[in-house]
Design a protein around this ligand. Structure first.
Ligand code: ADP
Ligand code: MG
Length: 286
C-alpha cells in the first residue's frame, strides 16, 4: 500500500503549483544525479521578440507577410512571435496545406505558393541558397517558390531565476545539461549565461537526436536522470527520462501528457521546491 505521507506530499506540491502524477516519482526524486534541460521555454522565457526584418529579394512587408502565412497554424514560440508582429492580411481560405518539420521549421501552401519558414538547415534541405547569418539570437529564413526572400532575427530572454537554479543544483551535486534544436552559437551563449558547462551543452539537435543524447547521458549515471522540457518535440525525451518534468504554463499539451511531473507556472525554482518536498517526504516515510 502507498504510505499516507505520499498523498500529503503530493497535496503540498500541488498547492505550490507542482502536479506529481504518482508517489513513486517522489521517491525517485530523492536519487537524482543529473537534470537535462530543453532551452527554449524552459531555461528561457520562450517568448521571442523580433529584432530585425531583413528582406533580400523582397520588401519588409512582403517578407513578414510570407513568414506569417507560413506560421499561420504554428503554436511554436517562434511562430507565435512572428504572428503577433503586425497584422498582414492573410486569406485563410487560400491556405491549402501546412506541415511542421520538427527541428527545422514549417512549410505552408498558400494559393499556388510553397512557403518555407525556418532555420538555415531547412533552407539547405530544400536547396535554397541563403547566406547563413551569424547573429546573437535566432535567425529565421523565409523562402517562397524556391526563392529566398530574406531573414527575420528574433531573440528570447533567459528566465530571471535560471542562473540561481542551476547554481543551487550544482551545490546539491546534481549535474546539469542543455539540449537544444537551436544552433551552437546560441546554445553556448545561453549555457554560459546560466552556468551550464560547455561539455554539457548539445546544440543543433533534431528531436530524434535529443532522444539519443538522453540515452547517452542516462548511461553515464547510476541514479536518476531528469528531463525538463515544454515542446511537442520534447515528448519522446520526457517519456524516456527517469522523471520527465513539463512546463505546464506555456508548454504543449503533448509535453504535459508525456510528463511525470507538471510545473504549472513555468518557474524553474519549482524544481528546487520539488526536490525539497521529495526529501522531506522520504524522511517522513522512513
Ligand atoms: P528547442 O530545442 O530550442 O526547443 P525546437 O526543436 O523547437 O527548439 O526548434 C529548433 C529550431 O528549429 C528552432 O531554433 C528554429 O530554428 C527551428 N524551428 C522550429 N519550429 C519553427 C517554426 N515554427 N518556425 C521557424 N523555425 C522553427
Ligand atoms: Mg522547446
Amino acid at each position: 500500500s502507498v504510505p499516507l505521507t505520499f498523498f500529503t506530499s503530493i497535496g503540498q506540491a500541488s498547492r505550490q503549483g507542482i502536479l506529481i502524477k504518482g508517489g513513486n516519482y517522489l521517491e525517485a526524486l530523492t536519487h537524482v544525479d543529473a537534470i537535462v534541460f530543453d532551452k527554449t521555454g524552459t531555461l528561457t522565457e520562450g517568448s521571442f521578440v523580433i529584432n530585425e526584418i531583413h528582406p533580400i529579394n523582397s520588401t519588409e512587408d512582403n517578407l513578414l507577410k510570407t513568414a506569417q502565412i507560413g506560421e499561420f497554424y504554428s503554436t511554436h514560440p517562434i511562430g507565435k512571435a512572428i504572428l503577433k508582429a503586425k497584422n498582414e492580411h492573410i486569406e485563410e481560405e487560400l491556405l491549402n496545406g501546412y506541415k511542421e518539420l520538427s527541428g527545422y521549421g514549417v512549410i505552408a501552401y498558400y494559393d499556388s505558393e510553397e512557403i518555407l519558414v525556418g532555420n538555415h538547415k531547412l533552407m539547405t534541405k530544400y536547396n535554397i541558397e541563403a547566406q547563413e547569418i551569424i547573429y546573437p539570437g535566432t535567425v529565421i529564413y523565409v523562402a517562397k517558390n524556391n526563392e529566398y526572400l530574406g531573414y527575420i532575427a528574433i531573440s528570447d530572454k533567459i528566465k530571471d531565476e535560471t542562473p540561481q537554479t542551476i547554481k543551487e543544483l550544482s551545490e546539491k551535486h546534481i549535474s546539469t545539461y542543455m539540449l537544444t534544436g537551436d544552433n551552437a552559437t546560441i546554445g553556448n551563449a545561453v549555457g554560459e549565461k546560466v552556468g551550464i558547462i560547455k561539455n554539457n551543452i548539445f546544440s543543433g539537435l533534431l528531436p530524434q537526436d535529443k532522444v539519443e543524447k538522453m540515452e547517452e547521458i542516462k548511461h553515464k549515471y547510476k541514479n536518476n536522470v531528469v528531463f525538463v522540457g515544454d515542446g511537442v518535440n520534447d515528448a519522446p525525451v520526457l517519456s524516456l527520462s527517469d522523471i520527465g518534468i513539463a512546463m505546464g504554463g506555456t508548454g504543449s499539451d503533448v509535453a504535459v501528457e508525456a510528463a511525470d511531473v507538471v510545473i504549472m507556472k513555468d518557474r524553474l525554482t519549482k524544481i528546487l521546491e520539488l526536490l525539497k518536498i521529495a526529501k522531506i517526504n522520504r524522511k517522513v516515510v522512513i
